[in-house]
Design a protein. Structure first.
Length: 468
């Protein structure tokens, strides 16, 4: 009798597990001490967006939502880009809308319609004279507004991270695939000069096979916490473990590894420190009461790819430390890194013969700055040749923001595939939830979902489309 009860109990638990899985097709199950995320089948009314190009748009009409610190700066940059026009702007606050309208008028730009309030974006998205909705709102609003915009026939460009959960990642993928609208996350760090040049060098074979890459977002946000509208950023950090801002770190290195263009991020493990400085920062602000601050002061994530490469990503925003968007590439023939210094080592200075001694650690050292600069010039990415000078003049994180917006408009104008597709947006943003779930299960490995649904090896590396 006892045995039958045990069998019934096990059967009931198994049925519960199956029903949980059914209830959340985008969720996970735990198998063999691994968290395994589901990859549901593509619905019949959707098509892959790999390589997708829309009809060319003569003059890209933009509706801009979110005019805070980032949004107002991005509107400024857009005014220097050809073949586009800001048709409408929107924010929670009327005064921010009016300030941007004034700025556009002072630049001699056509008058932009203004919307404000929590749902003002709906009226903006419902207009029939907008091609692209550009979002620079708090993280939790990215996906709901992007989905609404695509449902209303607009392409979308979304600040980072594009989504805060796996469900939201799939919402972006599914909506983009069904509506056949572009959904690009605005990962500007993919357009920084060093990263782009290294990508070109990797594609030309200078580093041999890439073995390991690293990326990070380490930025002490103490001076900024009070400036985020409604305190959205610290609220998110205090409530969540994990790498809540992973895309600056992971974006460029995923391009280096051909992620979903020949390889796939497969298994991830995340670990965080306690929230020593985070707790103190939240307590010092005195607005949350007696809370336990969730986000660890340092979060480290290790990822292994299907092709046997490894990735390290770091997140740190509360301890006093120099800014670092670490970028590091380690290949069978060379090495590059950035932050604090830009360095290259391509095997040229290897010690030989009697130079090799047990206490001589410089078996491979950085090439000189002169050698580095010469090689960086030689391998400058062809995509930026025409726009480098203007990018440096207009600026935006040293010019990379200009290049990103220029490329977005250029590709839409010429009807080309965008540099970053919806699968990049989903894969890079997916770390937000996946790292949190790993940490919440004692750093358990997580088998990542496949947003391309089996098509991750159908494309041969990243290309930047040009009309020439
Ligand atoms: N790529 C980068 O280098 C970079 C740099 C900074 C910020 N960001 C991203 O930009 C986004 C915005 O960050 P921020 O620093 O400008 O924050 P912010 O708080 O300064 O700005 C957010 C803006 O959104 C507005 N907003 C809030 N709810 C809204 C709604 N319902 N409709 C319309 N507007 C609404 C707010 O009023 C505010 O003006 C975030 O996703 C952030 O991660 C990216």
């Amino acid at each position: 009798m006892k045995k039958i009860n045990v069998i019934l109990a096990v059967a009931a638990l198994a049925a519960l597990a199956v029903s949980c899985q059914k209830a959340d097709p985008y969720g996970y199950t735990i198998k063999n001490n691994q968290i395994v995320y589901n990859t549901p089948e593509r619905p019949a009314d959707q098509q892959s967006m790999l390589g997708f190009a829309a009809e060319p748009i003569e003059n890209v009409r933009i509706g801009f939502v979110g005019l805070g610190m980032r949004g107002s700066g991005s509107v400024d940059i857009i005014t220097y880009v050809d073949n586009c026009e800001i048709v409408a702007v929107c924010d929670l606050y009327q005064d921010r809308v009016e300030a941007i309208q004034k700025m556009l008028a002072e630049r001699g730009k056509p008058e932009a319609a203004g919307y404000w309030g929590e749902e003002g974006y709906k009226q903006l998205c419902e207009r029939d004279d907008i091609d692209l909705v550009y979002l620079a709102v708090p993280w939790q609003l990215h996906t709901p507004i992007a989905v609404y915009a695509m449902e209303h026939g607009k392409h979308v460009a979304i600040e980072v991270p594009a989504a805060t959960s796996i469900q939201e990642c799939w919402d972006l993928v599914n909506t983009s695939e069904r509506t056949r609208k572009h959904c690009m996350m605005l990962e500007n760090c993919c357009y920084d000069f060093f990263e782009l040049t290294c990508l070109n060098m990797i594609q030309q074979g200078l580093f041999g096979d890439i073995v390991h890459v690293e990326g990070s977002y380490c930025h002490d946000l103490s001076p900024y916490w009070d400036r985020y509208q409604g305190d959205w950023r610290m609220v998110y950090n205090k409530d969540h473990h994990g790498d809540v801002y992973p895309t600056h770190g992971i974006g460029p290195i995923c391009q280096d590894l051909n992620i979903h263009r020949g390889d796939k991020m497969d298994v991830l493990v995340a670990m965080d420190s306690d929230a020593f400085a985070g707790q103190a920062a939240a307590d010092a602000r005195g607005i949350y009461g007696d809370i336990k601050y969730a986000n660890g002061d340092n979060t480290s994530t290790l990822i292994r790819t299907r092709k046997g490469k490894t990735i390290l990503v770091e997140h740190s925003v509360v301890t006093p430390r120099p800014y670092s968007r670490m970028y590091q590439v380690q290949g069978t023939k060379g090495f590059a890194n950035k932050y604090p210094n830009e360095g290259l080592a391509l095997g040229a200075d290897e010690l030989k013969g009697e130079d090799v001694a047990y206490d001589n650690l410089n078996a491979e050292w950085y090439m000189s700055n002169e050698q580095r600069d010469a090689i960086m010039e030689q391998y400058k990415h062809p995509m930026i040749a025409d726009i480098e000078a203007k990018a440096k003049e207009v600026g935006g994180h040293g010019g990379m923001d200009f290049i990103m917006i220029y490329r977005l408009i250029y590709c839409l104008h010429h009807g080309l595939p965008l540099d970053q597709d919806v699968y990049d947006a989903a894969e890079w943003s997916s770390l937000v939830e996946l790292t949190e779930v790993s940490i919440n299960h004692g750093s358990m490995p997580v088998v990542m979902p496949d947003f391309t649904r089996g098509e991750w090896d159908k494309t041969d590396g990243i290309t930047f489309a040009t009309a020439k």
